[in-house]
Ligand binder design. Sequence first.
Ligand code: 5AD
Ligand code: SF4
Length: 492
Amino acid sequence: MDNLDKKYLILTYGCQMNVHESEKLAGILENNGYVSCDNAVDADIVVFNTCAIRESAEQKIFGNIGELKNIKVAKPNMIIAICGCMSQQKNYAEEILRKYPYVDIIFGTHNLSKFDEMLKSRISTGKKVSSIVEDENIELRDEMKISRTSGVNAWVNIMYGCNNFCTYCIVPYVRGREISRPEDSIIFEVENLLKQGYKQITLLGQNVNSYKGVARNGKEVSFAKLLSDLDELNYEYRLRFMTSHPKDLSSDVIDVIANSKHICHGIHLPVQSGSDKILASMNRKYTKEKYLKLVNEIKKKIPDAELTTDIIVGFPDETDEDFEETLDVVRKTEYLQIFGFLYSKRKGTVAEKMDKQVDLKIKKERLSKLLAIKNEIVNKKSAELVGKTYRVLVESASKDDTLYGSLDSGKTISFNGNKNCVGEFVDVKVTMARKSVIYGEIVNEEETRLFKEKNFKLPIECSILPKDQKTMKILRENKSNKKQADDKNSKK
Ligand code: 5AD
Ligand code: SF4
């Protein structure tokens, strides 16, 4: 195959859904004879799998596409492809091609499975490919080869799209309406992954609680039923899911988790705000009271449950009092982790047009106050773990025999041990907490000597420029030579 030595680089931005879709893009590239590399200078094709959730994500991506210009000048045959949520937005593809004429292929979230055809067309005709569509046969996406690179973790789509239209969010516009995969096809994929040795399966969807699949007998399958059917698979593994919408997390689902063997007790439950006024304006369809009731139900039925959340600060018309309501939820819920975001205006969303946008300075002050309280809670919780022993899934190892693993709650821990432990469950006693970070030691070290090395592909750290200084020097020289040539030309 003539492509045998060709290399690909995929730069992934945004959420877990994108990480997993990049594994599908990698599958296509590997089918075409490409092998992965970790920087754009070595790459024959660079793919930007983009995110549009906040303006800051977009600015970073635009900056990174801009950085490729010099490399493309030095390597004109290098192919640059842009895909994902950012390019799916209205008029973005035209804008990107106008600003960055050296981009070769551009497509959106709906036609990911057609990347193979687009790549072949670009290679055979030399012509640019730009294809943004509104819908696609979803089954094609489920049949794609996946080049998994998340170690012991395997991501499994259970549904695509979102129907909720939270007023701040761009996702429903770029990912379309909800479509659930048939239950059979999910169970088949998960069982196959468990046979291959994956130990942690995460079910993915924008709002997994509204999963509505069909069983082989044609009957509708709820998320609770899907979870309980997957829990029957008889392997040693963990089952996680993300993301849950509080308005749809049913008592049935909580009961299934409480009685399950494999489903983790760490649950991500984005609250976004604690103020009823802001929640209504966000179109979240629950109140602070309803959310806290749900939290109480979870904690009652699953005493060791640990919750994590997403919070937006500075949504239009958020006052200090509204923000205090959010802090009240944070204190009452005692989250294990909080992902806090400054509200970012997104084009085409309802909130974009709302009055009383909050000053950036105030937004930043609120975010730092939120993060300070989060740190207090997380540090206290970490200290409480010291002296206790937990079942830990070993996920990776560094060269000096430090192992990194996760508790059922999702919290990470590091400890010493041999690298053959990666992909195994071990009992670890927590010996120390430094702020939020916890350290431990394996309880039955002798048992771990029997473990064999396994072949999990871990994510590689990717960048535009290579990390070694020699190549950087060549690039700088190329850049300054080009600048001198440009200056000369413009003086002519
Ligand atoms: N501004 C800030 N944060 C946002 N999120 C979604 N849209 C926006 C926006 N416009 C956050 C929400 C969501 C997480 C994935 O990103 O908290 O849960
Ligand atoms: Fe966005 Fe709301 Fe849908 Fe989540 S549920 S993807 S926040 S619209």
